[in-house]
Design a protein. Structure first.
Length: 240
């Protein structure tokens, strides 16, 4: 159980993962006073929120002048072959991360539950592939050299996150890299996007390590609340 202080710190870290401080479309995250039933409703509303606010979200991200994720993206790519295939779970509109991979010769399959996001992805990266699908039930009958769930996986509730690890394994080729972002500790947080509630959840670090190990992934790098990446907690693993 998180204390009020821990909750506020987790909320702040997750709000930084949403956008830098200068992007005003996303407010400081909040948790106090939200009932468990309300939290469940918010967790199921993420897809429709991104569908409604896709353009605003993309424009806010494009206003940022630096690819602050680059060090992590480079660590991720260093684990896979040149031109290795990438499965991007929660790909959004493909900017800027999928574009970064594409410009380095990697074939990408983007997956997003928002049809609006997928349309923008394909418009920006017509040489790549993207489909509308729910990552929780994904079964593409193929494997990839790398799997990414950057700023997307943490919108799933706790049980859905636990159930994602077999999905990751099912799509992982031999030696595949896996990278995702989480919160810094176990809990749930509701932030805001364009004035509407936006749900986030995280498991504890020990549980993520166990879930990775059960599916044959070894942790290569893990940083909690990495200030060089606007407070993201990042997991980088590789299938053994």
């Amino acid at each position: 159980m998180l204390t009020a202080y821990q909750t506020s710190m987790s909320a702040l870290a997750w709000s930084r993962q949403l956008t830098p401080d200068r992007i005003k479309s996303v407010a400081i995250c909040r948790l106090i006073g939200i009932s468990p039933s309300r939290m469940n409703i918010e967790s199921e509303s993420v897809v429709s929120l991104y569908e409604r606010r896709a353009e605003a979200w993309v424009q806010a991200r494009l206003l940022e002048s630096t690819l602050y994720e680059k060090p992590w993206l480079d660590r991720f790519l260093a684990l896979i072959p040149s031109a290795g295939s990438i499965l991007d779970c929660g790909c959004g509109a493909g900017e800027p991360i999928a574009r970064y991979f594409s410009e380095r010769g990697h074939p990408i399959t983007g997956v997003d539950s928002s049809s609006a996001m997928v349309r923008m992805f394909l418009a920006r990266l017509p040489e790549q592939n993207a489909i509308v699908a729910d990552m929780r039930t994904l079964d593409l009958l193929k494997t990839f050299d790398a799997i990414l769930a950057w700023d997307s996986f943490f919108h799933l509730n706790h049980d859905a996150q636990r159930n994602m690890f077999p999905v990751f394994r099912r799509h992982a080729a031999s030696g595949a890299a896996l990278m995702f972002t989480s919160g810094p500790s176990h809990g749930e947080v509701v932030g805001e996007l364009e004035g509407e509630p936006l749900y986030h959840a995280s498991l504890a670090a020990a549980e993520y390590r166990r879930l990775l190990e059960e599916q044959g992934f070894a942790v290569v790098d893990h940083r909690e609340s990495d200030l060089s990446c606007f407070g993201r907690t990042v997991w980088l693993a590789q299938l053994q």
